[in-house]
Design a protein around this ligand. Sequence first.
Ligand SMILES: CC(C)(COP(=O)(O)OP(=O)(O)OC[C@H]1O[C@@H](n2cnc3c(N)ncnc32)[C@H](O)[C@@H]1OP(=O)(O)O)[C@@H](O)C(=O)NCCC(=O)NCCS
Length: 194
Amino acid sequence: MAWITGDRVLLRAWERDDVRIRWETDQTPDATELRLRDWHGPPRSLAAREAEFEAIDPDDESVVALVIVAEDRVIGDVRLFDIDRRNRMGRLGISIWRAEDRNRGYGSDAVTALVRWAFRELNLHRVELTVDPSNARAIHVYEKVGFVREGVLRETHYAEGAYSDALVMGVLDHEFESRLQKRREEGAPSVRQA
Ligand SMILES: CC(C)(COP(=O)(O)OP(=O)(O)OC[C@H]1O[C@@H](n2cnc3c(N)ncnc32)[C@H](O)[C@@H]1OP(=O)(O)O)[C@@H](O)C(=O)NCCC(=O)NCCS
């Protein structure tokens, strides 16, 4: 398969050039941006990122990491990780790299497309994620797709001198399909049919 299609985005495999684009978008002094993206991870050079990219095991079936393409350019990335075949579950992460590309519908479309693919093609039963409870936009997007709030992990992240909680959200295959059907009936955009 070359890519996964949404209504407005394509999801495709990472290429080496994408690593540089991602690194360039990270070169910002904006503290809010850095917090949203990395939870204050240490600065990493382009060379380190490229070496990490080269070291990725293409046969690792526990991860599906993809870039998001819109308007013929790469705007972010989305991934399923910790994929557990026995329990048919995986964890999701997403980032739209530049502030000017957010709030344009791309993130919702990318999450919808990847979750749909996870259920219909990978045959997962559950997709989960954690999110900063103060990240209202991300939580809104996840709820729109069908994720529900399942609980709070207390003080799991240390940043800016303080611990913060993580909200756990999850969606089951039948819940996602019901939500998709409802959105279709309401005439809202949804991902293309297989
Ligand atoms: C979170 C993220 C992936 C969402 O993608 P996006 O392309 O910006 O989202 P969309 O444009 O598809 O949808 C945004 C929705 O949030 C709503 N929204 C925007 N700001 C909001 C806020 N402060 N509170 C609640 N909802 C908000 C918009 O109105 C829109 O809702 P609608 O589709 O019902 O009209 C993206 O903003 C991002 O990468 N942010 C920085 C990194 C991050 O937070 N990653 C997630 C970590 S868990």
